[in-house]
Design a protein around this ligand. Structure first.
Ligand code: GTQ
Length: 344
């Protein structure tokens, strides 16, 4: 947006004259470039899992995981058409793997998370270690690590992919490689990383990696943490109980570009109005309720996915115990010193 004031003929002539020199006057757009508060194209949006799932299953008849490389329906924010972006910085999609399929090995500089929506018995192998994926587990595939996905189970497997694709595109810093083999040979037994890093200990002499070396966070474990806190903690009026998945080697966010959280609101709880500069992609793990985002009200059921744009007022209402998984660019903003929140 430029200034509303009409431009005089004299100034317009000047602007036209400097245009071929690849120059343009700041004063026509200063306030759009340096806004008083965030002005985002990202819109509040909710995908009902019941609406999306039939199309995802239909995609299973259209193309194999092998041919597609990754059989995913992208969840695209309507404010950013054609950009494959859920928010300004992050991408979201729903990936389907049918029994017996393998999504072949590759690696890329984009970091990714997988949050299991349904199914049991598929795996993601990261750098030679398999994580067996159960419902609502969180799995990380760090930047530039080989990964393949396979389904040894009996039913379809669906997970929510969260990647930093728009961020890496912003930097024009993306690289990708196909693996020589379709899938990786096991180099470590499943659970090895959690044994090393998931017990509040680190191997001696270990250099902290940028992404959490605990690349598998089982639902059973983080859910228990929330449950154990439920009786004894004072509820944050704006957030209920919210825990962040961290990199145990740094104490920082689980990945440099993507932060992850789980949130529990007990039955009947309504949060006070809150806003923050990180756009959030949220999915319902358990329970029902409402998300009020700006002027929009979305009713929520398990596996629904919704987006809270930057600096939009949010209230969450729990009809029964409501558990959410949330990912955002909070850690990235924190490291740049620009993250803000407001508790209203
Ligand atoms: O599983 O590696 O949704 O590379 C988009 C890009 C998933 C993946 C996506 C990817 C992947």
């Amino acid at each position: 947006m430029s200034n509303a004031k009409p431009v005089s003929a004299e100034r317009q002539a000047f602007y036209d004259e400097i245009r071929p020199l690849n120059m343009t006057p700041l004063w026509e757009m200063l306030h759009a470039l340096v806004p008083k508060q965030p002005a985002t194209r990202v819109q509040p949006v909710r995908w009902r899992y019941d609406d999306v799932r039939p199309y995802l299953m239909q995609s299973g008849d259209l193309i194999t995981a092998k041919e597609a490389e990754r059989r995913v329906l992208i969840l695209e924010n309507p404010g950013c058409p054609g950009e494959s972006a859920a928010t300004g910085t992050l991408y979201a999609g729903l990936q389907l793997i049918l029994p017996g399929e393998v999504a072949p090995c590759h690696r890329h500089t984009q970091s990714a998370l997988r949050f299991v929506m349904e199914g049991d018995g598929a795996y993601t192998a990261v750098d030679g270690e398999r994580a067996v994926m159960r419902e609502f587990d969180l799995i990380l595939t760090p930047s530039w690590q080989w990964h393949d996905h396979g389904n040894d189970g009996a039913g379809p497997m669906v997970w929510l992919d969260g990647l930093d694709i728009p961020t890496v595109r912003f930097f024009d810093a993306g690289f990708a490689q196909q693996g020589n083999d379709e899938y990786q040979l096991d180099r470590r037994p499943p659970g090895f990383s959690r044994a090393q890093f998931g017990r509040n200990m680190l191997p001696v002499g270990f250099d902290a990696p940028k992404t959490s070396p605990v690349f598998h966070y089982p639902y059973a474990e983080y859910r228990q943490a929330l449950e154990d806190m439920k009786g004894s903690t004072e509820w944050d009026p704006h957030q209920g109980l919210k825990l962040e998945f961290i990199n145990p080697a740094t104490g920082g966010p689980m990945m440099p570009t993507i932060s992850g959280f789980v949130q529990l609101l007990p039955k009947g709880f309504s949060t006070k109005t809150y806003r923050a500069t990180d756009a959030m992609v949220c999915t319902v793990v358990e329970g029902t309720g409402n998300a009020i985002i700006g002027d929009e009200v979305f009713d929520l059921k398990p596996r629904d996915v919704f987006v809270i744009p930057p600096w939009h007022r949010q209230c969450l209402e729990a009809r029964d115990d409501l558990v959410l998984f949330v990912f955002s660019d909070k850690g990235m903003q924190d490291s740049l010193g620009i993250w803000r929140e407001e508790r209203i």
